[in-house]
Design a protein around this ligand. Structure first.
Ligand code: PFF
Length: 449
């Protein structure tokens, strides 16, 4: 018999753990900053409702019905066609590639955590602090140590299984993450930048919103809910048949969005309070924030707390991707959990080495038009593998999979949620695939903006 989560709460925490990651705390604040603040937040909410949430429900029903790993699930639901099984392979490949480079970025959070704890930011000029980031990514040995440490933590969580490992770890990681986040947002509200930060995040300046911002919002709604990378299908395969899908999915989408918004409310006031620029882009967290922490009272403690938050968010997401790969080896290749986890961790670790060394030893290797290895892999997965995977999942559940299966899963065998099912079915058949297709065609330049 397949292991199940010990409770609905355990499942929600694990799925929220997967969803809440660097995407929420690092990416969301800076893309909001670059796309007109509140106006972008509004579009993003619409994208979550009409794209993210329906596809999340689709992944839940696929995994929960099949009770298998991501490749096995498609095989079990449509055994007559091997084409649809390839969605499973695509998701599996996305999980593998994303985890390989995410492990490197997550490793940086560990390095910054140690820096904060050892007071390394104190007594340095802003330029010196900003330069520490460059020094880290160009140091091959440190990059490898960080990657090793982070992948080791993932291994420890996944090797002990669903209840004893993943669920237990998330029961510690997630509440701690929420507590730190709320504490930091509370602190941010006491700083002089509170009003400016609130206005920046919440005031909709539509003049700054571009079509690219809209596309970014749809793409991000995908990444942030860990869609098209097998995580939600695999986690849902451990879900009890008695659990209703919709209430769980809406809670996960809500909590994920809440964390992203609170992260912005915690970060921007602190940045504004010392008169720094919010549009720091990707460097906001590793370059701007440590400079801010170095100048404010109790900055050392805040800095350590912030990087614990970031490391926990990254860890709970990475665990879900390692589980995608491990479940595949267990279900399809009949490995036991221990062997499956070790093999997959080692494989991902080896695949992550080029990303770890891409700003130093392998600096000359460019995969895509002058981009470093890590950036290229991020670009390929975020812009191609995830949108195509999501589009195929929407088409699959909306047009290929027997409607009776989806209806039975979403309405809990006719027990309720009929209106939800009707709305969801229309959205997954038409709205979500069309929106994702438009994003994809625009990103690859077929639709010109
Ligand atoms: N939902 C995650 C995030 O927003 O960061 C996306 C993710 C990335 C999940 C990497 C898992 C992972 F390993």
């Amino acid at each position: 018999m397949r292991t199940h989560w010990s409770s609905r709460f355990g499942f929600i925490l694990a799925a929220v753990g997967s969803a809440v990651g660097l995407g929420n705390i690092w990416k969301f604040p800076f893309i909001t900053g670059m796309n007109g603040g509140g106006a972008f937040v509004l579009v993003y909410l619409v994208a979550i409702l009409f794209c993210g949430l329906p596809i999340l429900m689709a992944e839940f029903l696929i995994g929960r019905h099949a009770q298998k790993d991501v490749v096995g699930s498609f095989q079990a639901l449509t055994p007559q066609s091997s084409f649809w099984k390839s969605i499973g392979w695509l998701n599996l490949a996305a999980a593998f590639i994303i985890l390989s480079y995410y492990g490197v970025v997550a490793g940086w959070t560990l390095d910054y955590l140690f820096k904060s704890l050892s007071g390394a930011f104190g007594g340095h000029t802003p330029e010196e602090i900003s330069g520490m980031f460059g020094a880290l990514v160009t140091d091959p040995a440190r990059q490898l140590i960080c990657l090793t440490g982070f992948m080791g933590l993932c291994l420890l969580a996944v090797i002990s299984g669903i209840k004893e490992g993943i669920e237990r770890w998330n029961k510690v990681l997630m509440p701690t993450l929420f507590a730190i986040l709320i504490f930091m947002a509370g602190y941010a509200m006491t700083t002089g930048g509170a009003m400016e930060g609130l206005k920046f995040m919440l005031y909709p300046d539509f003049s700054k919103l571009t079509i690219n911002g809209v596309l970014e919002a749809i793409g991000h709604s995908f990444f942030t809910l860990s869609l098209a990378m097998g995580a939600m299908i695999t986690y849902a395969s451990y879900m009890d048949k008695k659990e209703a899908i919709y209430p769980v999915a809406i809670r996960i989408a809500f909590l994920d969005t809440l964390v992203a918004i609170i992260a912005g409310l915690a970060i921007f006031p602190i940045v504004f309070s010392v008169g720094m620029e919010p549009g720091g882009g990707p460097g906001l967290i590793f370059k701007t924030l440590p400079q801010v922490f170095a100048t404010i009272p109790l900055g050392n403690i805040l800095s350590a707390l912030f990087f614990v938050l970031l490391a926990f968010a990254a860890l709970s997401s990475a665990i879900s991707l390692l589980e995608v790969l491990t479940a595949f080896m267990i279900d399809e290749k009949k490995y036991d959990r221990k062997k499956a986890t070790i093999c997959m961790t080692v494989a991902v670790y080896i695949a992550g080495i080029p990303s770890a060394l891409c700003y130093s030893t392998l600096g000359n290797v460019k995969l895509l038009k002058g981009m470093e290895i890590l950036d290229s892999l991020d670009y390929i997965t975020s812009n191609f593998m995830l949108p195509i995977g999501g589009l195929l999942i929407a088409i699959y559940t909306g047009h290929i999979l027997d409607k009776k299966i989806s209806r039975a899963e979403i309405t809990e065998n006719g027990a309720g949620y009929l209106t939800i099912f009707t709305i969801w079915y229309f959205t997954i058949r038409y709205i979500a695939p069309i929106a994702v297709l438009i994003v994809f065609l625009t990103k690859i330049g077929i639709i010109k903006t």
